[in-house]
Ligand binder design. Structure first.
Ligand code: CTP
Ligand code: MG
Length: 238
């Protein structure tokens, strides 16, 4: 069973509000993307890693990330879904339609290898044609319009969709192509696959697998990475 990892890293990070695309901002003395790629390449189940980068990216060549698992880059698209579709098309040149692809945001460096392993094991053992990491919503949810609370939403069935998300290459290709052709805006792989009739498996992951979106998230990610390292070290000492 081959599991390819694809990392969409072609965004420009508008919400971050700085010139450098956020995937290249520094986190503990290394670019954020370096940490993400490091986690994926350490994942024993992963066969190869491909990265989607913007055609006008001037930072990738300075990243100096080396791994025997790196199989190449592909040009990003106008939105995340198109970047992922480009990656899936390229992966279909080296892999089979039934191979799995693990799509993981470049800007989620705090994902743990343990969560990725559980996602792969639980999806492969299930009857679902794919799945994703997610976390149940903890806060009370309000529907708001013009700064006025309209209603309180029942959160009992609401989860945050995280990444990685794992699907067969062929199915994801069909689902993304279909959504793009029909002009449907989608922000994750699961919603494309849901549309073509395959409910993905939701696997509970750690809520500290945050997506770096605003400047403050960088400091939070530094704290999370440091705490994960100290847990790893204390486990080694035991
Ligand atoms: N992404 C991509 N191609 C795009 C847009 C986004 O590969 N055309 C990637 C980003 O690089 C990121 C992931 O998709 O790794 C999640 O997207 P998001 O957090 O929205 O990043 P940006 O689009 O860069 O940020 P913003 O929406 O604030 O501009
Ligand atoms: Mg975006």
């Amino acid at each position: 069973m081959a599991v390819w990892a694809f990392v969409p890293a072609a965004g420009s990070g508008v919400r971050m509000g700085v010139m450098t695309p956020k995937q290249y901002l520094m986190l503990h003395n290394r670019p954020l993307l370096w940490w993400t790629l490091d986690r994926l390449s350490c994942q024993p189940e992963v066969t190869g890693v491909m990265v989607g980068i913007s055609a006008d990216d001037s930072h990738w060549s300075d990243l100096k990330w080396h791994s025997g698992k790196m199989i190449g880059t592909v040009n990003g698209g106008d939105d995340r879904a198109r970047t992922v579709l480009n990656g899936v098309e390229k992966l279909l040149e080296v892999g089979e339609s039934e191979d799995w692809v693990l799509v993981h945001d470049a800007v989620r460096p705090c994902v743990t290898n343990n969560d990725i392993s559980r996602l792969i094991a639980e999806v492969v053992a299930s009857e679902c044609r794919g799945g994703l990491l997610g976390a149940p919503i903890a806060d009370t949810i309000k529907q708001v319009s013009k700064h006025r609370v309209r209603t309180t939403v029942d959160r009992s069935q609401l989860w945050r969709a995280l990444t990685p998300q794992l699907f067969p290459l062929g199915l994801l290709h069909q689902a993304l192509s279909n959504a793009i052709k029909e002009g449907v805006a989608i922000t994750d792989e699961a919603s494309a696959v849901e549309r073509v009739g395959f409910p993905p498996l939701m696997v509970e992951g750690r809520s500290d697998n945050i997506k770096i979106t605003h400047l403050g998230d960088l400091q939070l990610a530094e704290v999370i990475l440091a705490s994960q390292e100290s847990v790893d070290r204390s486990e080694e000492d035991r």
